[in-house]
Ligand binder design. Structure first.
Ligand code: NAI
Length: 283
């Protein structure tokens, strides 16, 4: 890519991590959010993440400073006009994401590629919102972005080969491992992972074993580094439920039915780490 300027929309957990990752690899980044407070929080979380890396000896203090220096912020979408690639990491809502894509069509040059970090929305539907659907693609990063190596690259039905190749090369240039998936409900990682977590919840629901024992069995018997219920708590049980519902509604297949206990946990507000209680207690 001749023009290496990157735009990131959304300064939340994912957007800040994505901005940090591009900037650390030497790309100039503009991070845009509706709210100045969100930008300040996003910047503070990047600073904290870089400080941790310096403390652990993973990067030099000068490199951390240079990374921060490459990240500009703005509440104005117009600031994204000159970007070669814009990655959006805003709320998981198809109407809001489509609206952003439509306004970028008007703001950005014809060569700009639009990538979405959506974890469950159809890329084909998002691409259909754009006047340049062949330049829309999914870049599905994992949380925490600076640590997790995979980027699932999702090809919408409309995505061109050239755009897919460009985004694959760019993913390698930021030190991540790209793997391409066709557009489908849950893509690959969540389609395999989240039903496993749901099944672990069903084991508890049916009284087969305690949450502690289910997790221990998967760690010792399947060599998983973390038990499925601890992982569900980490991801957020509301998000686990959202993804199960996406799979269940999308494929119209009972094998993806969300566990009744998962629904109850969400109804009770037991969302996992973020609420202090899920299958385990925190804080
Ligand atoms: P978040 O809620 O932490 O951050 C979203 C940010 O977007 C907020 O700062 C909000 O002010 C901003 N925003 C909302 N509408 C906007 C607009 N129209 N223009 C500019 N900024 C806007 O969300 P999070 O967790 O960072 O997720 C973002 C996206 O990444 C979602 O699509 C989510 O599904 C996806 N994702 C999340 C993962 C996770 O583990 N949190 C993992 C992989 C994907």
């Amino acid at each position: 890519m001749a023009n290496e300027a990157i735009g990131v929309i959304g300064a939340g957990a994912m957007g800040a991590g994505i901005a940090q990752t591009f900037a650390a690899a030497g790309f100039p980044v503009l991070m845009q959010d509706l709210k100045a407070e969100a930008l300040a929080r996003g910047r503070a979380s990047i600073e904290a993440s870089l400080a941790r890396l310096v403390k652990r000896g993973k990067i030099a203090a000068e490199a951390a400073e240079a990374t921060l220096g490459r990240i500009a912020t703005s509440t104005d979408q117009q600031a994204l006009a000159d970007r070669a690639l814009v990655v959006e990491a805003i709320v998981e809502n198809i109407e809001i994401k489509s609206e952003v894509i439509r306004s970028l069509d008007a703001i950005c040059g014809p060569e700009t590629i639009f990538a979405s970090n959506t974890s469950s929305i159809s890329l084909t539907r998002l691409a259909a919102a754009s006047e340049r659907p062949e330049r829309v693609i999914g870049m599905h990063f994992f949380n925490p972005v600076p640590v997790m190596n995979l980027v699932e690259i999702i090809r919408a039905l409309q995505t061109s080969d050239a755009v897919c190749e460009e985004v694959t090369a760019l993913t390698q240039a930021i030190g991540k491992t790209p793997r391409v998936s066709k557009d489908s409900y849950g893509f690959v990682v969540n389609r395999v992972l989240v039903p496993m977590i749901n099944e672990a919840i069903n084991c508890v629901y049916e009284g087969l074993a305690s949450p502690e024992d289910v997790d221990e069995m998967m760690k010792l018997g399947a060599n998983h580094p973390m038990g499925p219920l601890s992982l569900g708590d980490l991801i957020g049980l509301d998000i686990v439920l959202d993804i199960m519902e996406t799979l269940y509604d999308g494929f119209d297949d009972p094998k993806y039915r969300p566990s009744p206990l998962l629904k109850q946990m969400v109804d009770a507000g037991y969302l996992g780490r973020k609420s202090g209680r899920g299958f385990f207690r925190y804080g």
